[in-house]
Ligand binder design. Structure first.
Ligand code: CUK
Ligand code: CUA
Length: 638
């Protein structure tokens, strides 16, 4: 195998202050390689839409290799889609292929509908920080496929990892990641619910305590391992470059991180100076041996062991040179290849995972693990797979999805007469993430592809300066990709996974287990009450009052309670209705107090009683023909 250190990677040339123009400028040389004008344009989306939503759309399979996206009323979708919510701090559950939004799970932000971020339990979890930026959602795995237990998601804004239980679809744990800023790529191990690896995108002084403020060469970033069961931070690896997207292999041996700023730059020009950056490969067992042997350093409060892997390749970390400023890294469903998207290079680099052992052993050069580098278009970001040997790369600048064949790309690496590119399909517009049904598992089934487009421009009715995103659904069951649906989304989903519906088993009523109930059972024990029967006011002293209330449609069993003005009032409500879809809630008039209480759940909220007077509390969730009558009085005395 020859060393394919190519010299034809484009040089950065800033031609415009606008980021998109800037990117176009920077790949202008690349355009010469690819032949931008010769790029095959995909078919016109609207004609496909017309065909799919025509008279025959209600039938399951229209023609051979074509799936129907229309799910008739009363019928259920075949896939759960878990979408990150970006700046909304949410996860969204979509039905696929209908693209119906089924639910929003508030994670790291406040939610007026449910009271998340305002009720006591979620405030405890959030630790006072109730905004965020969720980018990457991944489910827990066992044996290379989803085990239906948890959904993990990062909060880039506050360097946190959150976990959602798949039975309640509610967050049950949030972990702060030390020594990190911009926690971006995350990925769980795929052999079992083991570690969740988390990348810090921003390099900072280590520790960030006022030292090295003006010496960026001393900055570093952490690759952090969190136990997916306990959500405890187990260890960190300190790296000199930034860490962007994350992936894991199928064996539990390696984790991966792309690095777009090996230069250590602190501004745009500095970050784009070199033609090569890296795919970092972490040897997890080797790191754990080092941790066990105490070959670690202390950073900050020293609560987490840190393996210092800055500077050069060693037994813990190898650096595979990748052109240029790579972004996404995705592992194909066979587990054999890591596909790295060049972002500022028109190429994706295919790394053979079975060669990494030789790289770590020093038998081959890191770059020799690259076995293909097809040219896929300008601005490749992320790649999905169909389980039939094909890959689908999102191309940001060209606004296309490029379908290419992995085996052919490997042949083409040594034989220029082979063309691995199968099709380019226009998407609308500026696609970021892409994912296919079950693509991140060994069960990739090649049915649906979703394209998360960053700009919708003219695709929807104009709604003011803030546009919807455009999440497009593409049928990949046949030879040709076919665009079948435009899905407006509130900003800003970054990533999504499509999970077969038989793998998810949500509960219909609250199972009353987990840390939420550790919290409430503790309060009840302290007050000597039973949450399922308590309707009473308990004076806690120093102007603090706890009000236990049970609700059964259509009534609060506690119809009134008395407090003093200025009291800190904690209302703890338990919904006794064990009936599917029968949520109640608690809203206190003119007190900025509102929360949901789901079937058989307990929830609570704390507020300060206002000026003397009568205040009606009511159930804000339509629950019964006499729902409007479901209310009571808080009597506030002077
Ligand atoms: S990132 Cu947004 S398009 Cu946060 Cu996964 Cu690539
Ligand atoms: Cu209970 Cu409305």
């Amino acid at each position: 195998m020859t060393d394919r250190n190519r010299e034809d990677v484009p040089k950065a040339e800033a031609t415009s202050p606008s980021r998109r123009d800037f990117m176009k400028g920077s790949v202008a040389v690349g355009a010469g390689i690819v032949g931008a004008g010769a790029l095959a344009r995909g078919e016109d989306g609207s004609s496909v839409l017309g065909r799919v939503f025509g008279p025959s759309a209600a039938h399951a399979a229209t023609t051979k290799g074509e799936l129907a996206a229309h799910v008739p009323p009363g019928k259920l979708d075949h896939y759960y889609g878990f979408w990150s919510g970006g700046q909304s701090g949410e996860i969204r559950i979509m039905g696929v292929p209908s693209m119906r939004e089924l639910k929003r799970i508030p994670v790291v932000g406040r939610d007026a509908a449910t009271g998340w971020g305002r009720d006591d339990w979620s405030k405890e979890l959030l630790g006072g920080r109730d905004s965020g930026d969720t980018h990457h959602v991944h489910l827990s795995y066992t044996d290379g496929t989803y085990d239906g237990r948890y959904v993990f998601v990062n909060d880039k804004a506050n360097a946190r990892l959150a976990r959602v239980r798949c039975d309640t679809m509610e967050v049950d744990a949030i972990t702060d990641i030390p020594n990190s800023q911009g926690t971006h790529g995350i990925f769980p191990q795929r052999n079992k619910t083991g570690l969740v690896l988390c990348n810090a995108e921003f390099r900072t002084p280590q520790p960030n305590d006022g030292r090295d403020l003006d010496d960026p060469t001393a900055y570093g970033a952490m690759h952090t391992a969190i136990d997916g069961e306990t959500m405890e931070v187990k260890w960190q690896v300190l790296i000199e470059g930034n860490l962007d997207l994350c992936a894991t292999d199928y064996q539990g041996k390696y984790s991966f991180a792309t690095c777009y700023n090996s230069e250590g730059g602190t501004n745009l020009a500095g970050m784009m100076a070199s033609d090569r950056d890296y795919l970092y490969v972490f040897d997890i067992p080797a790191i754990e041996r080092a941790v066990k042997a105490g070959k670690t350093i202390k950073v900050g409060d020293g609560s987490v062991p840190v393996v210092d892997a800055r500077g050069g390749n060693d037994s813990h970390v190898q650096r595979i040179p990748i052109p240029k400023s790579p972004h996404g890294v995705n592992i194909d469903p066979t587990g054999r290849y890591a596909v790295c998207s060049g972002k500022l290079s028109p190429t994706v680099s295919v790394v053979a995972i079975d060669k990494l052992g030789d790289v770590f052993a020093g038998k081959i050069k890191p770059r020799d693990a690259v076995v293909a580098e097809p040219e896929v278009g300008l601005g490749p970001l992320h790649t999905a797979f169909d389980g039939r040997g094909n890959a689908y790369t999102s191309i940001f600048i060209d606004s296309v999805v490029t379908k290419w064949n992995i085996d052919k790309a490997i042949q083409a690496f040594n034989d220029e007469s082979v063309d691995p590119i199968i099709q380019k399909l226009d998407v609308h517009y500026q696609i970021g993430h892409i994912n296919a049904s079950m693509s991140e598992t060994k069960d990739a089934d090649g049915k649906w592809l979703i394209a998360l487009c960053k700009f919708s421009k003219d695709r929807f009715l104009p709604v003011g300066p803030l546009h919807p995103e455009n999440d497009q659904l593409i049928d990949i069951s046949g030879e040709e990709m076919k665009l079948v649906h435009d899905g407006p989304a509130y900003p800003e989903p970054h990533d999504a996974v499509l999970v077969r519906r038989d793998m998810i088993h949500p509960s219909k009523i609250d199972p009353r287990t987990g840390p939420r109930y550790d919290y409430y059972n503790k309060l009840a024990k302290e007050d000597g009450v039973d949450l399922l029967t308590a309707n009473k006011v308990i004076q806690k002293g120093k102007g603090r009052v706890r009000v236990y209330v049970v609700s059964v449609a259509p009534a609060f069993v506690l119809g009134e309670f008395r407090v003093k003005t200025g009291d800190e009032v904690q209302v703890i409500q338990t919904n006794l209705d064990g009936v599917e879809d029968l949520s109640h809630g608690f809203c206190m008039s003119n007190h900025d107090v509102n929360m949901v209480v789901n079937p058989r759940a307990t929830n609570s909220i704390t507020f300060t009683a206002g000026a003397p007077g009568v205040y009606w509390y009511y159930c804000p969730w339509f629950c019964h023909a006499l729902h409007l009558e479901m209310r009571g009085r808080m009597i506030v005395e002077a």
